[in-house]
Design a protein around this ligand. Structure first.
Ligand code: HEM
Length: 393
């Protein structure tokens, strides 16, 4: 993937589930699957949400910033047992280093002129610093992986409840049954937290713009978790009962799908899709953004309406009529982290709804719709999404 020794290649270069195909992809997916098909660590998500409350109480909240920090701590801890501590210390060594790498990867100058990212990188001290941060980070990941392997081999991890075990531990356990190991990749780390943070920010944004929807979701949560003036960490069973909240999350993922398209794929044989002939060798992308706004599939596609997913609503399609809601793609290459992300969203949003009400500030630049900064690696970026959080207890 890319030119050797560039920042991007070092970060997502090795065998990576997102870019692999055929038998190699199958092997990686098989190892990762068990870790992602289970109950998720809702207690951990709940504890992190409580930590986030401290940040919200400081005021002047940019939800993209806060949720990105929350989701980084969540994927770090739930992913491989490493807490970046981004929520409480947003400029510590790991967070700054990680952000430098993330920002550095999308700089077009180095993508188009890789020589300045490799042989001549010493001309650019800031870039060199990003490389150093990445080297440290990868070293830290390697140490964690080696330590975990040891712990698991010595069977020390056996007394931890399965749903509170981190993904990496589960992947190593699963990998031990395979001859060729391949555990959690950096792309899983990056893809897993930016997308969830984006969805959470947009959900709170829509709640702030639609007070009726906000109140209806709050009443549902209160009916399940009660309205005592104290934090309640929901259980998996309780989150499953939050059907209206689930509808809001689905509508958020339709109108504000974090990934605008899938990676390009090549047709390996002549085929037909929806009556269109696709010759072998054609490059295909799934344009999620426009499919979710296609008036042939959705009534008033630009309006935010969670009732589309109510029983009997328009989202209930007849078999064979095609898929119109695919924020996580579908089929064999469907997002492996889908349930992880949805579980996290249910915990965070339900706890937020009980503790706060949300409003858009008068001067928000997003008053009349989200202002997008751009798209990097298929993920939309947004700046300055301020929300006022008013405590209910
Ligand atoms: C709202 C949150 C998320 C959205 C909307 C999302 C969306 C997607 C989409 C559309 C794909 C298909 C990409 C393609 O075919 O090119 C995908 C794949 C993937 N996602 Fe996610 N994702 C989310 C969260 C996560 C999380 C939390 C993780 C990890 C913890 C994750 C890990 C992955 C991986 C590893 C793949 C590649 C799977 C494969 O090719 O077998 N994602 N995601």
């Amino acid at each position: 993937m890319g030119v050797k020794d560039t920042l991007i290649e070092k970060y997502i270069g090795g065998p990576n589930i997102v870019f692999l195909n055929g038998p190699d992809w199958k092997r990686h997916r098989k190892i990762a699957n068990p870790a992602f098909h289970r109950a998720f660590p809702v207690r951990l998500f709940g504890n992190l949400t409580q930590t986030m409350f401290k940040v919200l109480d400081e005021g002047d909240v940019d939800v993209m910033d806060v949720f990105t920090r929350l989701a980084l701590d969540a994927i770090g801890t739930a992913g491989f047992g490493f807490n970046f501590n981004a929520l409480l210390d947003k400029h510590n060594e790991w967070v700054d280093g990680y952000n430098q790498v993330k920002e550095g990867m999308i700089k077009p100058f180095y993508i188009f002129f890789p020589v300045f990212d490799t042989k001549l990188v010493h001309w650019f001290p800031k870039r060199q610093q990003a490389h150093k941060s990445l080297d440290n980070f990868l070293k830290m990941m390697d140490t964690i992986i080696i330590n975990k392997r040891q712990v698991i081999q010595e069977k020390k991890a056996n007394n931890i409840e399965d749903n509170e075990k981190d993904l990496l531990t589960l992947m190593i356990e699963s990998e031990m049954n395979e001859e060729d190991g391949a555990v959690m990749s950096n792309e899983e780390l990056k893809g897993g937290h930016d997308t969830t943070a984006f969805t959470l920010a947009c959900a709170v944004y829509e709640f702030a713009r639609n007070p009726d929807i906000q109140e209806k979701a709050r009443q549902e949560v209160i009916s399940i978790l009660g309205d005592e003036p104290e934090d309640v960490l929901p259980t998996v069973e309780q989150t499953k009962q939050m059907t209206y909240l689930n509808q809001v999350m689905k509508e958020t993922l339709r109108l504000h799908n974090p990934l605008i398209a899938t990676t390009s794929r090549t047709a390996t044989a002549d085929c037909e899709i929806g009556g269109v002939f696709i010759p072998k060798g054609t490059l295909l992308d799934l344009d999620i953004y426009n499919l979710h706004r296609n008036p042939a599939c959705w009534k008033n596609p630009e309006s935010f309406d969670p009732d589309r997913y109510a029983p009997g609503g328009e989202a209930e399609r007849q078999p064979g009529s095609g898929l119109a809601w695919v924020p996580f793609s579908n089929g064999g290459r469907q997002c492996i982290g889908m349930n992880f992300s949805l579980a996290q969203q249910r915990v965070v949003l339900s706890m937020l709804l009980r503790k706060y009400s949300f409003e858009q500030p008068e001067k928000s630049i997003h008053k009349d719709g989200i202002q997008k900064r751009g798209v990097a690696f298929g993920i939309i970026s947004i700046d300055d999404m301020k929300i006022n959080f008013k405590r209910r207890y």
